[in-house]
Design a protein around this ligand. Structure first.
Ligand code: BES
Ligand code: ZN
Length: 418
């Protein structure tokens, strides 16, 4: 397990300009990488817990059954490089989760957190009953709009969570989503600030008419990275994850224009700071849990526009909910019968769905390809629309899936269409 020398040299030479301490929970493999990356940073506080049945399921998969989960304090500026190193290590080396304190790191790992595993919410009725409505809306989704949003987001120099460009891109998305909802006084568009960094998340809320306390979340991350990202690094992040944000945006546009009013509350979320440890979504999911929010389902769209494998849509089976995954597979076979569904795993908490899963909510990650076939340009300056053939046909499949998810779960499954 060795790092590419170039990466290591860059890391050691790079000044840690915006360092802030955070706590990581990390498996043995990731911990070994971290020691290679920054031996000095590990001299301070650290704790280890055996990965036995006392660990919560989401954390158990950070490490194998004979391994240890380490709780380590590091500077957050190391995280992009750590993610990069994890990816380079044959792409299955184990992941990490970021926590703001030792207490919350411990809480997420130890048995005391197991109560949060029990789903706080009863599983919804997953029967499909909205065929007429969904089929009327599907043709309104346009590939040209997906292309335009991916183009706008990837035109920012980068969307890193600490740079001026990352702040500007998040502000642009806020204004764009406001415009899409401007004819609807019932729709709320808000920016969410996070402690410790300037990039804000964006949330669009379409309030439910009869079951407003039941919430359906559709998410994507708005930040981008090239690993060791600084103010003017070029990190277009067209697939990772402008594609997911564009997918959400097109669904918001169509639902708002159709004056769609769900029974349950729909929340569309573009998360800040995913690339540095799921931080925006971690914050937002923790707030929902703290408020005992009744989140009935979460759909995460991260990388939707690179068809790397034979099947069209891959459902990732780790850090997700099996019953909801089956529902999502049924959405594909019902509304896009020509498409093929495959299954795979990240083997670590690879995107924002893991933040919700960790809080006990049912999450699903429909992904562009098998894990071994994902877009090879991500986390480089080559993650561009041009390198995806200037098309968004693959992302359009995910927009159709997301719209069918929003409408089927947005209505209360137990009541007929009204
Ligand atoms: N979009 C990726 C996750 C991904 C990459 C999923 C390839 C499947 C295949 C995401 O933006 C990302 O880079 N996540 C980090 C992990 C996170 C905890 C920092 C990663 O995978 O290193
Ligand atoms: Zn990424």
């Amino acid at each position: 397990m060795t790092l590419r020398p170039l990466l290591l040299a860059t890391l050691l030479a790079s000044p840690l300009c915006h360092a802030a301490p955070v706590w990581l929970s990390i498996g043995d493999d990731g911990y070994r990488l971290l020691k290679q990356l920054a031996p000095a940073s590990l001299s301070s506080a650290q704790h280890s817990l055996r990965n036995d049945s006392g660990l919560q399921a989401s954390q158990r998969s950070l490490a194998t059954s004979t391994e240890t989960v380490h709780l380590v304090q590091v500077d957050d500026s190391l995280l992009p490089a750590l993610s990069e190193a994890i990816h380079q290590q044959q792409r299955h080396c184990g992941g990490y989760m970021v926590h703001t304190s030792l207490a919350s790191a411990r809480q997420s790992v130890t048995a005391s957190a197991r109560s949060s595993l029990a789903a706080p919410v009863a599983a919804p009725d997953y029967t499909l009953r909205q065929q007429a409505r969904v089929n009327a809306l599907l043709p309104q989704l346009q590939e040209s709009n997906l292309l335009a949003t991916i183009g706008s987001l990837s035109a920012y120099q980068n969307r890193f969570y600490t740079t001026s460009h990352g702040v500007n891109a998040a502000n642009w998305l806020y204004r764009h989503w406001q415009q899409l909802a401007s004819r609807r006084s019932d729709i709320k568009v808000e920016q969410v600030s996070h402690a410790g960094y300037p990039q804000k998340s964006v949330i669009v809320t379409i309030p439910g008419r009869s079951k407003a306390t039941e919430v359906v979340v559709l998410g994507a991350h708005l930040d981008s990275t090239i690993g060791n990202t600084s103010e003017n690094s070029r990190a277009p992040g067209a697939d990772d994850d402008a594609s997911g944000v564009a997918t959400l945006t097109e669904v918001i546009r169509v639902l708002a224009a159709a004056n769609y009013q769900p029974q349950r509350t729909l929340k569309f979320m573009a998360y800040a700071a995913e690339e540095v440890g799921l931080r925006g979504s971690g914050d937002i999911a923790a707030r929902h849990k703290k408020q005992k929010a009744n989140v009935v389902g979460v759909l995460q769209l991260d990388m939707t526009n690179w068809q790397g494998s034979a099947e069209d849509i891959y459902l990732y089976t780790d850090y997700t909910n099996a019953a909801q995954n089956a529902f999502v597979a049924k959405l594909v076979s019902t509304y896009q019968p020509a498409l093929k569904v495959g299954y795979d795993k990240c083997h670590y908490g690879c995107s924002d769905h893991a933040s919700w899963h960790q809080q006990g909510y049912a999450a699903t990650l429909p992904f562009e390809s098998r894990f071994s076939d994902y877009n090879p340009h991500i986390h480089t300056s080559g993650d561009t629309l041009a390198n995806m053939g200037n098309q968004a046909a693959h992302a359009l499949k995910f927009a159709r899936l997301a719209l069918s998810y929003a409408v089927e779960l947005g209505q209360d499954g137990s009541t007929a269409a009204r």
